[in-house]
Every structure is written in C-alpha cells, then in structure tokens.
Design a protein around this ligand. Sequence first.
Ligand code: F6P
Length: 348
Amino acid sequence: MQIGLLTGGGDCPGLNAVIRAVVRKGQIQYGDLLTGFRDGWRGLIDNDAIELDVESCRGILPKGGTILGTSRTNPLKLEGGIEKVKETIRSRNLDGLIVIGGDDTLGVAHELSLHDIENELPIIVGVPKTIDNDLAATEVTFGFHTAVQIATDAIDRLHTTAESHDRVIVCEVMGRHAGWIATYAGIAGGAAEILIPEEPFDIGEICTKLTERHKKGRYASVVVIAEGAIPKDGTMQTVASGLDQFGHVRLGGIGALLAAEIEQRTGMESRVTILGHIQRGGTPTAFDRVLATRFGVAAIDAVHDRAANTMVALEAGSIIRVPLAQAIAQPKTVDPKLLHDVAGLFFS
Ligand code: F6P
C-alpha cells in the first residue's frame, strides 16, 4: 500500500515513536511505501512531503518533537483547501492516511470523510496525541505522561526556592480547557492548591487558606494553576487574547494575574513560573514511548484491515478502534472529585 502520515496541532513527546512504529511495521511486515507530509494538513494542501523508510527513521524513538513538522493549518478554513488536499491524495495514489493529532487535526479528518461523496479518500486512521489528555475516547494520550513528569520536577524545584524565601510561588501549567496536567502534577508535587478549569476558583477563599497556612507556620506555598482555569464570576479580573485557525483562544498568563492578586490581598511575597512549552519539549518518558509505539503499530494494522475513519485508543490496557466521530465528539475533562478526595492533604 501507499500510505501517508501527518502530525498536526501542538507537538508532543512521542510523535516520532509513532512515526517510527508505523514505518517499521509498514515497510518490514506489509511492504508498504510510506510518505510523510510536512507540517500537518499544510503538507497535504501544498503537496509537500518526504519519503519515509526504516533508515530515515533510525534513532528517532527517544527524540521529542516531530521529524515531519507540525502546524495548526486548517484546510476547512482555507479557500479551496479541501480540493487541494484531495488533489494531493490523487496525485500520490494514497491508499491510506494516518493522521496523528488532537481533536482539531482529527476533526479535519472526520470532516473530510463526511464530504467524501465520490469515495475518493484513502483509508483514514487517527492516532490520538496531546499533552492535554483531553480526548474522551482514549484512557490516555501519549505525551501526557511526559508533560506531567516535567511539571512535577519543576514543582519539586519550586518548593525548595519557595521555602528558602518564604514565598508563594504560582506555577502555571498547560492543558487548555482541561485540568489533567495541573491535577496530576499538582498532586504528585504536593501543591498547596490546585486550580483547574473544571471548577472556577474563588480568589478570596484561596487567599484565606494561604493566610491560615502561614499562621500555622508554613511559610512557603506552591499553587498550581492550569492555564485554562477561571475565577468565579467577578472575583478576579482576567484578560482575553487572540484566536487560532481552529477558533481556540490563546491561553497563558492567568498565573501572573493570580500571583499579583495573592500578593496584593495577603501581603505575602509571590512569584510566578509559567512552564509553557517546556512541557511539550524533549525526550518522551518510557511510558509514552511504549504507548506511542503501540498506537503506531495498531494504526498501520487498522489501515490494512480497511478500518476507515477510526481512531486507535487505549481502553483498559488494550488498544481498540473507535469511530472518528466518537473520538472527537466531546472533550475529556477532570472530575473535580479527584481533587476533592485528596484536598485534605494539601493544607497541613
Ligand atoms: O494542546 C497542546 C497545547 O500545548 C496546550 O496545552 C496549549 O494551550 C497550546 O497547545 C499552546 O499552543 P501553541 O504551541 O500554539 O502556543
């Protein structure tokens, strides 16, 4: 078979492990010809691709990022975008297309399949990636585990400097509108408070708790806040920023506002650390390498089984296939109960 691959959306540790697994199994076991499109859907719009084989993918397993490049290009938003994608598919005689991405990138794949009245499209199979872990159809996405480990290491370091200076340090983590990274890294790092988008926070309550903690003699506190966390109506001012091609607001910055507000309300010296893209960079953990490899193998098998418009996913430790429509239907968010169950540990 002639099979294309693309990686779209924000990059994520483990993307190269998926590419390697697809190429190895495709070439060695099935005798496939593999083509990697550059920069997500942009590569299909501009017919910009490279040939992939075992040799060109050697050594990429532990590497972060994606050798194919990525972008947030949305062909549905560009004049003639869909036609150009179809033209590339025709000109390259693609039998299959493996789309590695989050809800946006996979959403484009789904939309394409809905408009495929003439049955022109190859067999499309999705692979779920995102550090945000916000895809409902899979128990976990690769990249999440690495991001949580990076954030946890950072929180460990923030504790020692916060304690030395008797400061409050706010640590802002990524995750878009889901609080998975904040929840896991916050619990693992023993944060005094964890603020997630799923449960709007009351700045007054947080300041009272921090003051009480101080009175008990605990001078330093690390507060973890997800970039998408929101204050309860009217309790704190925030600022809005621009939208990307998928209509998502660009997040980041709530941590600085929170630190300033804590300092102003409590008088405690406060600082902020925004972890940002450090969470997405560098080498994937062993867990993510294994999951990414299993997803890659399952994706190429799905193409050969002609399981069109499906996504591979993890369920109870096994790899399954779910319809793309189901995969992007709703985001997976944190049940705040997860935090409430351990909340008693935070303020002692
Ligand atoms: O979806 C992954 C993610 O890292 C989010 O957590 C974050 O909000 C966003 O991407 C950042 O995007 P960009 O790389 O475009 O700044």
